[in-house]
Ligand binder design. Structure first.
Ligand code: BGC
Length: 349
């Protein structure tokens, strides 16, 4: 079967390979892959900057934002042939650490977790894959190929859960949220913010085109300048770019008692000059909390499924700006300013 594989940490090593059928050791559920979304992490892996092959292998099958259809499932379980499923990305570490032991693998303490398509476990960008039933999340068939948005939505569902739990350390009735970045993660974070009844403001660099339109269609407000010029004292900032100046901006301008949640992974080597004393002073005197958030556990996939079910399917459909057949996977890596989510169609729809 065909699979998109890469030699981790080796630039331009990606190729469409012919590989064997998925190993039984991956689980009793056999899935036909329908579509796989491409995100910043995949681009990093393809650029040779991130990723780990499975032990004893040179190449890694890419792909962690999946949607597939069950071909085989154990009798008597929750999954049946024909179900639409999304594969969870992370697997708990084998020790297991205290968090993985209670299925909170997104908070793995020892770093020995694996991630499909990213870290030491082949991903979902092959014509078929196998999976353990506990790591396959059923999605409503009505969503169709929009189910491919479940994994990125799970990442922001976790971010919102963190915001709520931390905000809830004192009376918490947030009204205003800022989201930095109008890529898929930012737009999905904004969607959940609007679903919660918040006044949501999205900041990005592009001034015209699809991104401002999508934000307006959500009922949120789009901005291009610095946060402080447009929104005073937001209760929540969800930072979705990883751009250091925006991270600092968020920390400086969130309101008293506010929560800043960082979801963007930045590259190193950016040094900014900052008045640390002033920043520390304002964070202490205003009880500001800054939290990093990565990955998602099963509870977050469920929350994400609820968020997608409550969203306007037409709006979600506009997030998928291009669908590229597997044979032309290279086109999925070319980005135009108006691209939001590019999806590789493994099985033509
Ligand atoms: C994935 C997460 C993963 C993270 C770090 C993200 O792109 O969505 O599931 O934990 O990369 O590897």
């Amino acid at each position: 079967m065909k699979a998109l594989t890469v030699v981790p940490l080796t630039k331009d090593s990606a190729r469409l390979d012919d590989i064997g059928e998925p190993p039984e050791s991956d689980g009793p559920v056999l899935v036909q892959t329908l579509a796989v979304g491409i995100c910043g992490t995949d681009i990093e892996i393809l650029s040779g900057e991130y990723g780990w092959a499975p032990p004893g292998h040179k190449r890694l099958v890419l792909g962690h934002e999946s949607l597939g259809k069950v071909l085989e499932a154990p009798a008597g379980g929750d999954l049946a042939v024909g179900d639409y499923v999304v594969g969870i990305v992370r697997r708990p570490d084998p020790v297991p650490c205290a968090n993985c032991a209670v299925d909170e693998w997104d908070f793995c303490r020892n770093g020995e977790y694996t991630e499909r398509g990213i870290k030491q476990h082949d991903g979902y960008l092959s014509e078929r894959y196998r999976i353990q039933p506990d790591f396959a999340v059923k999605v409503a068939p009505a969503l169709g190929t929009l189910g491919v948005l479940l994994e990125p939505t799970s990442v922001v569902a976790k971010a919102w859960e963190e915001v709520d739990r931390i905000g809830g350390r004192a009376h918490w009735a947030p009204k205003t949220a800022v989201v930095t970045g109008a890529g898929p993660i930012g737009l999905l974070a904004a969607m959940i913010g609007v679903q919660r009844g918040l006044d949501v403001h999205v900041f990005d660099q592009v001034a015209t085109g699809l991104k401002p339109d999508l934000v307006a269609a959500l009922g949120a407000t789009y901005h291009t300048g610095p946060i402080e010029e447009s929104v005073k004292d937001p209760d929540v900032v969800i930072e979705c770019t990883g751009v250091s100046s925006l991270v600092l901006d968020a920390m400086e301008h969130v309101g008293t008692g506010g929560v800043v949640c960082l979801t963007g992974v930045s590259s190193g080597g950016h040094t900014l000059s900052v008045d640390e004393g002033q920043l520390n002073r304002s964070m202490v005197l205003e009880n500001v909390a800054v939290v990093g958030s990565v990955n998602a556990n099963r509870r977050h996939y469920q929350a994400a499924a609820d968020a997608l079910a409550a969203a306007d399917p037409a709006w979600l459909g506009r997030l998928i700006t291009r669908r590229v057949p597997l044979d032309r996977w290279e086109q999925a890596l070319e980005r135009s300013a108006d691209d939001v989510k590019v999806v590789i169609e493994v099985t033509p729809s």
